[in-house]
Design a protein around this ligand. Structure first.
Ligand code: HEC
Length: 234
Protein backbone atom coordinates (compact mmCIF):
# COMPACT_ATOMS: atom_id res chain seq x y z
CA UNK A 1 0.00 0.00 0.00
CA UNK A 2 2.50 2.59 1.19
CA UNK A 3 4.86 1.69 -1.57
CA UNK A 4 2.29 2.32 -4.30
CA UNK A 5 1.51 5.78 -2.94
CA UNK A 6 5.18 6.69 -2.81
CA UNK A 7 5.81 5.57 -6.37
CA UNK A 8 2.74 7.46 -7.59
CA UNK A 9 3.57 10.78 -6.00
CA UNK A 10 7.32 10.89 -6.19
CA UNK A 11 7.24 11.98 -9.83
CA UNK A 12 5.34 15.19 -9.10
CA UNK A 13 6.69 15.99 -5.65
CA UNK A 14 10.39 15.20 -5.82
CA UNK A 15 11.42 18.67 -4.64
CA UNK A 16 9.62 18.52 -1.31
CA UNK A 17 11.75 17.40 1.65
CA UNK A 18 9.08 15.15 3.11
CA UNK A 19 8.76 13.29 -0.17
CA UNK A 20 12.53 13.08 -0.43
CA UNK A 21 12.38 11.36 2.95
CA UNK A 22 9.89 8.87 1.51
CA UNK A 23 12.28 8.13 -1.34
CA UNK A 24 15.02 7.40 1.18
CA UNK A 25 12.75 5.01 3.02
CA UNK A 26 11.82 3.24 -0.22
CA UNK A 27 15.47 2.87 -1.21
CA UNK A 28 16.33 1.75 2.30
CA UNK A 29 13.61 -0.87 2.13
CA UNK A 30 15.23 -2.31 -0.99
CA UNK A 31 18.61 -2.37 0.78
CA UNK A 32 17.04 -4.25 3.66
CA UNK A 33 16.96 -7.27 1.35
CA UNK A 34 20.63 -7.70 2.28
CA UNK A 35 19.61 -8.08 5.91
CA UNK A 36 16.30 -9.93 5.59
CA UNK A 37 17.75 -13.43 5.17
CA UNK A 38 19.09 -13.10 8.72
CA UNK A 39 16.91 -10.49 10.45
CA UNK A 40 13.16 -10.14 10.78
CA UNK A 41 11.31 -7.01 11.84
CA UNK A 42 8.71 -8.91 13.84
CA UNK A 43 9.20 -8.88 17.59
CA UNK A 44 11.08 -11.99 18.80
CA UNK A 45 11.12 -13.67 15.39
CA UNK A 46 14.78 -14.60 15.46
CA UNK A 47 16.63 -16.19 12.57
CA UNK A 48 20.41 -16.30 12.04
CA UNK A 49 20.44 -12.91 13.69
CA UNK A 50 18.17 -11.31 16.30
CA UNK A 51 14.86 -9.64 15.45
CA UNK A 52 15.43 -5.93 14.83
CA UNK A 53 11.98 -4.89 16.14
CA UNK A 54 12.35 -2.15 18.75
CA UNK A 55 16.03 -1.64 17.88
CA UNK A 56 16.40 2.08 18.63
CA UNK A 57 17.36 2.58 22.27
CA UNK A 58 18.08 -1.11 22.81
CA UNK A 59 21.36 -2.19 24.39
CA UNK A 60 23.48 -4.24 21.96
CA UNK A 61 23.25 -7.98 22.51
CA UNK A 62 20.34 -7.69 24.92
CA UNK A 63 17.27 -9.23 23.24
CA UNK A 64 16.29 -11.94 25.76
CA UNK A 65 14.73 -14.28 23.16
CA UNK A 66 17.92 -14.43 21.02
CA UNK A 67 20.24 -17.22 22.17
CA UNK A 68 23.30 -16.78 19.98
CA UNK A 69 24.86 -13.37 20.71
CA UNK A 70 28.65 -13.25 20.84
CA UNK A 71 30.16 -12.29 24.18
CA UNK A 72 31.87 -9.32 22.54
CA UNK A 73 28.56 -7.85 21.37
CA UNK A 74 26.89 -8.46 24.73
CA UNK A 75 29.70 -6.72 26.60
CA UNK A 76 30.20 -3.89 24.08
CA UNK A 77 28.14 -1.35 26.06
CA UNK A 78 26.67 0.01 22.81
CA UNK A 79 23.18 1.50 22.78
CA UNK A 80 21.66 1.38 19.29
CA UNK A 81 20.87 4.82 17.85
CA UNK A 82 21.44 6.68 14.56
CA UNK A 83 25.15 7.09 15.21
CA UNK A 84 26.04 3.70 16.60
CA UNK A 85 24.04 1.93 13.88
CA UNK A 86 25.81 3.99 11.21
CA UNK A 87 29.13 2.81 12.66
CA UNK A 88 27.98 -0.83 12.90
CA UNK A 89 26.72 -0.89 9.31
CA UNK A 90 29.90 0.78 7.99
CA UNK A 91 32.14 -1.94 9.36
CA UNK A 92 30.80 -4.27 12.05
CA UNK A 93 34.23 -5.83 12.68
CA UNK A 94 35.90 -2.52 13.24
CA UNK A 95 33.27 -1.42 15.73
CA UNK A 96 33.01 -4.71 17.61
CA UNK A 97 36.03 -6.90 16.78
CA UNK A 98 35.22 -10.58 16.90
CA UNK A 99 31.44 -10.19 16.57
CA UNK A 100 29.56 -12.93 14.75
CA UNK A 101 27.55 -11.04 12.17
CA UNK A 102 28.73 -12.35 8.78
CA UNK A 103 28.43 -9.01 6.96
CA UNK A 104 31.16 -6.77 5.53
CA UNK A 105 29.43 -3.44 5.87
CA UNK A 106 27.96 -0.82 3.55
CA UNK A 107 30.60 1.66 2.43
CA UNK A 108 28.36 4.28 0.76
CA UNK A 109 27.12 6.82 3.38
CA UNK A 110 23.92 7.58 1.43
CA UNK A 111 23.06 3.88 1.23
CA UNK A 112 23.49 3.59 5.00
CA UNK A 113 21.38 6.71 5.62
CA UNK A 114 18.60 5.31 3.42
CA UNK A 115 18.67 1.95 5.14
CA UNK A 116 18.58 3.59 8.57
CA UNK A 117 15.66 5.83 7.49
CA UNK A 118 13.74 2.68 6.58
CA UNK A 119 14.79 0.73 9.67
CA UNK A 120 13.87 3.55 12.02
CA UNK A 121 10.29 3.43 10.73
CA UNK A 122 10.09 -0.33 10.35
CA UNK A 123 11.41 -1.19 13.81
CA UNK A 124 9.03 1.12 15.70
CA UNK A 125 6.64 -0.75 17.99
CA UNK A 126 3.59 -1.81 15.97
CA UNK A 127 5.21 -1.18 12.57
CA UNK A 128 6.19 -4.76 11.84
CA UNK A 129 3.42 -6.58 9.98
CA UNK A 130 3.15 -4.55 6.78
CA UNK A 131 6.80 -3.62 6.35
CA UNK A 132 7.94 -7.11 7.16
CA UNK A 133 5.70 -8.57 4.52
CA UNK A 134 6.93 -6.11 1.90
CA UNK A 135 10.54 -6.16 2.93
CA UNK A 136 10.80 -9.90 2.96
CA UNK A 137 8.71 -10.94 -0.01
CA UNK A 138 10.45 -8.93 -2.71
CA UNK A 139 13.34 -10.66 -4.40
CA UNK A 140 13.94 -13.05 -1.56
CA UNK A 141 12.77 -16.06 -3.49
CA UNK A 142 11.03 -17.46 -0.37
CA UNK A 143 10.48 -21.06 -1.40
CA UNK A 144 13.66 -21.25 -3.44
CA UNK A 145 15.82 -21.21 -0.36
CA UNK A 146 17.88 -18.36 1.03
CA UNK A 147 14.81 -16.47 2.23
CA UNK A 148 12.91 -16.93 5.43
CA UNK A 149 10.96 -20.15 5.50
CA UNK A 150 7.20 -19.97 4.95
CA UNK A 151 4.92 -20.69 7.88
CA UNK A 152 4.90 -24.46 8.16
CA UNK A 153 1.82 -24.84 10.34
CA UNK A 154 -0.60 -24.59 7.37
CA UNK A 155 1.16 -26.37 4.58
CA UNK A 156 -0.15 -27.55 1.26
CA UNK A 157 -0.34 -31.31 0.83
CA UNK A 158 2.74 -31.40 -1.41
CA UNK A 159 4.84 -30.14 1.50
CA UNK A 160 3.45 -32.31 4.29
CA UNK A 161 5.76 -35.23 4.89
CA UNK A 162 3.98 -38.51 5.57
CA UNK A 163 6.92 -40.92 5.46
CA UNK A 164 10.65 -41.04 4.81
CA UNK A 165 12.59 -44.17 3.97
CA UNK A 166 16.36 -44.54 3.75
CA UNK A 167 17.93 -47.06 1.36
CA UNK A 168 21.67 -47.18 0.58
CA UNK A 169 22.45 -43.53 -0.37
CA UNK A 170 18.85 -42.41 -0.97
CA UNK A 171 16.04 -40.87 1.02
CA UNK A 172 12.50 -41.31 -0.36
CA UNK A 173 10.09 -38.71 0.93
CA UNK A 174 6.34 -39.30 0.61
CA UNK A 175 4.08 -36.28 0.97
CA UNK A 176 0.38 -35.95 1.76
CA UNK A 177 -0.53 -35.58 -1.92
CA UNK A 178 0.65 -39.17 -2.41
CA UNK A 179 3.85 -38.34 -4.31
CA UNK A 180 7.21 -39.86 -3.41
CA UNK A 181 10.46 -38.13 -4.32
CA UNK A 182 13.96 -39.59 -4.11
CA UNK A 183 16.94 -37.55 -2.92
CA UNK A 184 20.64 -38.36 -2.80
CA UNK A 185 21.40 -38.36 0.92
CA UNK A 186 23.68 -35.34 0.68
CA UNK A 187 20.96 -33.29 -1.00
CA UNK A 188 18.40 -33.65 1.76
CA UNK A 189 18.97 -31.52 4.81
CA UNK A 190 17.27 -32.42 8.05
CA UNK A 191 16.45 -29.41 10.19
CA UNK A 192 14.31 -28.43 13.15
CA UNK A 193 12.19 -25.37 13.81
CA UNK A 194 10.61 -25.24 17.25
CA UNK A 195 9.39 -21.66 16.71
CA UNK A 196 5.97 -20.36 15.83
CA UNK A 197 6.60 -20.69 12.08
CA UNK A 198 7.82 -24.25 12.46
CA UNK A 199 5.74 -27.34 11.66
CA UNK A 200 3.27 -29.02 14.02
CA UNK A 201 4.84 -31.80 15.97
CA UNK A 202 4.57 -35.06 14.04
CA UNK A 203 4.00 -33.18 10.75
CA UNK A 204 7.39 -32.38 9.22
CA UNK A 205 7.61 -30.18 6.13
CA UNK A 206 9.41 -30.71 2.80
CA UNK A 207 10.76 -27.38 1.54
CA UNK A 208 12.57 -27.07 -1.80
CA UNK A 209 16.10 -25.64 -1.54
CA UNK A 210 18.43 -24.34 -4.21
CA UNK A 211 17.70 -23.61 -7.86
CA UNK A 212 18.05 -27.01 -9.51
CA UNK A 213 15.19 -28.86 -7.86
CA UNK A 214 17.48 -31.64 -6.65
CA UNK A 215 17.76 -30.41 -3.07
CA UNK A 216 15.30 -29.94 -0.25
CA UNK A 217 15.02 -29.48 3.47
CA UNK A 218 12.85 -31.57 5.73
CA UNK A 219 11.99 -29.47 8.75
CA UNK A 220 10.86 -31.23 11.91
CA UNK A 221 9.34 -29.74 15.06
CA UNK A 222 11.96 -31.36 17.30
CA UNK A 223 15.18 -33.38 16.93
CA UNK A 224 13.78 -36.65 18.31
CA UNK A 225 11.27 -36.74 15.45
CA UNK A 226 14.08 -37.10 12.93
CA UNK A 227 15.08 -40.67 13.66
CA UNK A 228 11.52 -41.64 14.62
CA UNK A 229 10.28 -40.61 11.16
CA UNK A 230 13.02 -42.07 8.98
CA UNK A 231 12.63 -45.82 8.44
CA UNK A 232 15.54 -47.79 7.03
CA UNK A 233 14.49 -50.13 4.24
CA UNK A 234 14.71 -50.66 0.48
C1 HEC B 1 24.30 -13.62 7.34
C2 HEC B 1 23.47 -13.13 8.43
C3 HEC B 1 23.40 -11.63 8.71
C4 HEC B 1 23.23 -10.61 7.81
C5 HEC B 1 23.20 -10.67 6.29
C6 HEC B 1 23.08 -9.42 8.59
N1 HEC B 1 23.15 -9.71 9.93
FE1 HEC B 1 22.95 -8.40 11.47
N2 HEC B 1 23.42 -9.87 12.79
C7 HEC B 1 23.64 -11.20 12.47
C8 HEC B 1 24.08 -11.92 13.65
C9 HEC B 1 24.43 -13.40 13.74
C10 HEC B 1 24.11 -10.97 14.70
C11 HEC B 1 24.60 -11.19 16.13
C12 HEC B 1 26.09 -10.88 16.13
C13 HEC B 1 26.81 -11.12 17.44
O1 HEC B 1 26.18 -11.49 18.43
O2 HEC B 1 28.05 -10.92 17.44
C14 HEC B 1 23.66 -9.69 14.12
C15 HEC B 1 23.51 -8.51 14.84
C16 HEC B 1 22.97 -7.36 14.32
C17 HEC B 1 22.62 -6.20 15.10
C18 HEC B 1 22.73 -6.06 16.61
C19 HEC B 1 21.35 -6.41 17.20
C20 HEC B 1 21.28 -6.47 18.71
O3 HEC B 1 20.26 -6.98 19.22
O4 HEC B 1 22.21 -6.01 19.39
C21 HEC B 1 22.12 -5.27 14.23
C22 HEC B 1 21.63 -3.88 14.56
C23 HEC B 1 22.16 -5.84 12.92
N3 HEC B 1 22.68 -7.12 13.01
C24 HEC B 1 21.73 -5.21 11.77
C25 HEC B 1 21.88 -5.74 10.49
C26 HEC B 1 21.53 -5.04 9.27
C27 HEC B 1 20.85 -3.69 9.23
C28 HEC B 1 21.87 -5.85 8.24
C29 HEC B 1 21.76 -5.57 6.75
C30 HEC B 1 22.52 -4.46 6.27
C31 HEC B 1 22.42 -7.07 8.80
N4 HEC B 1 22.42 -6.96 10.15
C32 HEC B 1 22.87 -8.15 8.05
C33 HEC B 1 23.47 -11.77 11.23
C34 HEC B 1 23.35 -11.07 10.03
Amino acid sequence: MNKLIVIGLSTIAFASPSFAQHDNVARGQRSFRMCAPCHSLEPDRNMTGPSLAGLWGRKAGSLPSFERYSDVLKSSGIIWDDRSLDGWLTDPDRMVPGNEMPFNGIKNPQDRADLLAFLKEATKPGAAPQVTAQGQMGGMGGMMGGGPDPNLKNMEANMQVKAITYCRDTYRVTTADGKTRAFWERNLRLKTDSGKDGPQSGAPALVPAGMMGDRADVIFAAPDEISNTIKAGC
